[in-house]
Design a protein around this ligand. Structure first.
Ligand SMILES: C[S@@+](CC[C@H](N)C(=O)[O-])C[C@H]1O[C@@H](n2cnc3c(N)ncnc32)[C@H](O)[C@@H]1O
Length: 247
């Protein structure tokens, strides 16, 4: 049985709860079953019915405890789309932060080794991976990846993809050819153009090929009685993604 959390949903309320947990709400006390299935219902002691849902990626983004700023689903989509990460792939990631990218990739069936230099953040990320039900797929290691990468020996078992979301990512990119299978990808996320340019230059200097940079611009559409138009609210710029391949 997985230790993964459930989402309990009633109208516009949703609570992320662990199996066996007892949780008090103004609608009554919920006793979370040890082993519920997607779509089951649970009644509070006052008779309000909650539906049990399995957590999906966007639920993790909304509900996991946050430490390092999580990558947004639209950028995660770009990473998956451009690198083709899928089940069975070996992914090396830094920094873990909240662990949203790692959890999404673990849910895809990739095997993720992720480094977080802040020990408290790493502990929260381990708990987040348990809530997401991906502990079999995501190994959270405490350590400074820029230092650890110097001694990482991967000759026998190189990685398919290297994902970097740290300020010092450009320095790590130099190691990418030694870490990746031929044709493997590195993806560097950076909120600023300076870090992005540094990552591009590092990728070129390292002899990586197919170096490309993208920004995702996403506009939500509003449909109201007054008319239809792009939403005037929402997040604008998130970051840039540099992709490159090992020759
Ligand atoms: C922006 S967050 C990463 C968010 C993550 N991609 C996610 O989707 O949740 C950056 C994290 O990297 C960590 N970090 C920064 N430099 C690092 C390094 N050299 N080695 C390991 N972790 C590092 C920070 O402590 C922070 O938690």
């Amino acid at each position: 049985m997985s230790d993964a959390a459930y989402l309990l949903v009633h109208e516009d309320r949703e609570y992320l709860l662990r199996p066996g947990e007892e949780f008090g709400t103004d609608l009554g006390v919920i006793e979370v079953p040890e082993d519920a299935a997607h779509g089951d219902t649970v009644e509070t002691h006052l008779g309000t019915v909650f539906e049990v849902r399995r957590l999906r990626g966007p639920d993790l983004f909304d509900h996991l405890e946050r430490t390092g700023a999580p990558m947004m689903p639209r950028d995660i989509g770009l990473v998956i789309g451009h690198t083709g990460i899928g089940g069975g792939d070996r992914v090396l990631d830094a920094g873990t932060g909240t662990g949203i990218l790692s959890a999404y990739l673990g849910r895809l069936g990739a095997s993720v080794t992720t480094y977080e230099r802040d020990a408290e953040f790493a502990e929260v990320a381990r708990e987040n991976m348990a809530i997401a039900g991906v502990t079999d797929h995501v190994d959270v290691r405490t350590g400074d990846f820029a230092e650890e990468v110097e001694s990482l020996v991967v000759e026998a078992d190189p990685f398919d993809v290297l994902t970097l979301d740290t300020g010092d990512a450009p320095a790590v990119v130099a190691h990418a050819p030694d870490l990746l299978v031929p044709g493997g990808y590195v993806a560097v996320y950076s909120p600023f153009i300076e870090g992005t340019r540094a990552a591009v230059e590092a990728a070129r200097e390292a002899g990586l090929v197919e170096v490309e940079t993208f920004e995702t611009i996403q506009r939500e559409m509003d449909f109201s009685s007054r008319g239809s138009r792009p939403s005037t609210a929402g997040v604008g710029h998130t970051g840039y993604l540099v992709f490159a391949r090992a020759p």
